[in-house]
Design a binder for this molecule. Structure first.
Ligand code: AMP
Ligand code: MG
Length: 328
């Protein structure tokens, strides 16, 4: 399906799928409440969950929101790129996009095809991840097709997404800026640009906090980004590989081929997130690997959180926690 077909869809208050450097997005004109309805409906997304609006640059952002010194500095440093900023919205943004909030989340994507579309249609494009609500975000063309099946709108094929997990969402409407969703743009990256403290949920994504807390209350994890196969989290990858697996019905997700399962009496299905443990490669492959393992339709999936305190791996941990059923 072609670029022009997608452009026509956007211009006619219809929807299409566009690639971004984070994940594929289900796109519509940010000025068309009718098209916004179609996005919510196909995704089966609750109307209380607002959409991110994509623009070419900070000047365009200032036409749809009240920008400020922080947003200007951050846009200079990170746009185009995986940072979404929440700002007070201007009237031209329909309340359907912001879920009745007076704010709007804005990002400037770096993907060539998405930027070409923004230049071509000349209006801002709302685009949440192109998956059914609460399911895994697609990072490849084929993943979008299998997500929506016969209902799939036209797609621009942009290859596999370079970053592979959703953008960092930063709220700039509070006294202390606050990270609402972890992504590859870290708290430290942001603080170094605006030279002030930023609140972040990072602590929850460290392995010690997760395992001790969730063991006491395993039902309390907020599920999102979840595969169909129940995902179980070991306290460490070392514990996982030293356990004995005897069931063919298990599938396992490991950081790299440096991790070798020692006691397996079964034909295990193993997926590696990277060649040598590179954090960027791990993030890039995360969602596709979860989808790949899910397709085997086995009983249980096993992995661990990453112990390393690194920006993008904190975001990977965050997604694994939300995808998980329980910890072991
Ligand atoms: P997705 O569309 O799947 O990439 O998710 C968009 C994320 O941005 C969700 O976590 C939303 O809750 C968040 N978001 C979008 N708009 C706003 C807003 N105005 N205020 C706070 N969070 C927002
Ligand atoms: Mg999403």
């Amino acid at each position: 399906m072609s670029f022009d077909e997608c452009k026509t869809a956007l211009q006619n208050s219809c929807i299409c799928v566009l690639p971004t450097e984070t994940v594929y997005g289900l796109a519509c004109s940010a000025f068309s409440p009718k098209a916004v309805d179609k996005v919510f409906s196909l995704k089966n997304r609750p109307t209380s969950n607002p959409l991110i609006v994509h623009v070419l640059d900070h000047v365009e952002a200032s036409k749809i929101s009240y920008t400020n010194k922080f947003s200007e500095k951050l846009a200079k440093a990170f746009w185009p790129g995986p940072l979404t900023m929440v700002l007070p919205k201007k009237e031209c943004i329909p309340y359907k996009i912001s879920a009745d909030l007076d704010t709007v989340a804005i990002r400037s994507p770096s993907h060539r095809e998405f930027r070409k579309m923004l230049r071509s249609v000349k209006f801002p494009i709302a685009a949440p991840s192109a998956n059914k609500s609460n399911k895994i975000s697609p990072t490849r063309y084929q993943d979008v097709l299998s997500e929506f099946g016969n209902d799939c709108p036209p797609i621009v094929d942009g290859g596999s997404c370079q970053i592979g997990i959703e953008s960092t969402v930063l709220d700039l409407t509070t006294d202390i800026p606050e990270i609402l969703r972890l992504g590859s743009c870290s708290k430290e990256d942001i603080e170094s640009v605006i030279c002030c403290e930023v609140n972040s949920p990072e602590g929850k994504c460290k392995i010690d906090n997760f395992t001790s807390k969730s063991r006491k209350s395993p039902g309390q994890m907020k599920k999102h980004y979840a595969p169909e196969t129940p995902l179980y989290i070991y306290p460490s990858f070392e514990k996982l590989i030293s356990d004995s697996f005897s069931e063919d019905s298990d599938v396992i997700l490991l950081p790299s081929k440096n991790y070798i399962i020692k006691n397996s009496g079964a034909e295990l299905t193993i997926q590696y997130l990277s060649k040598k443990g590179d954090p960027k490669e791990i993030a890039q492959n995360l969602y596709h690997s979860l989808r790949f393992l899910d397709n085997f339709r086995k009983d249980k999936m096993f992995t661990s959180l990453f112990p390393w305190d690194n920006g993008v791996l904190s975001a990977v941990n965050d997604r694994l926690i939300r995808a998980s059923t329980a910890c072991i």
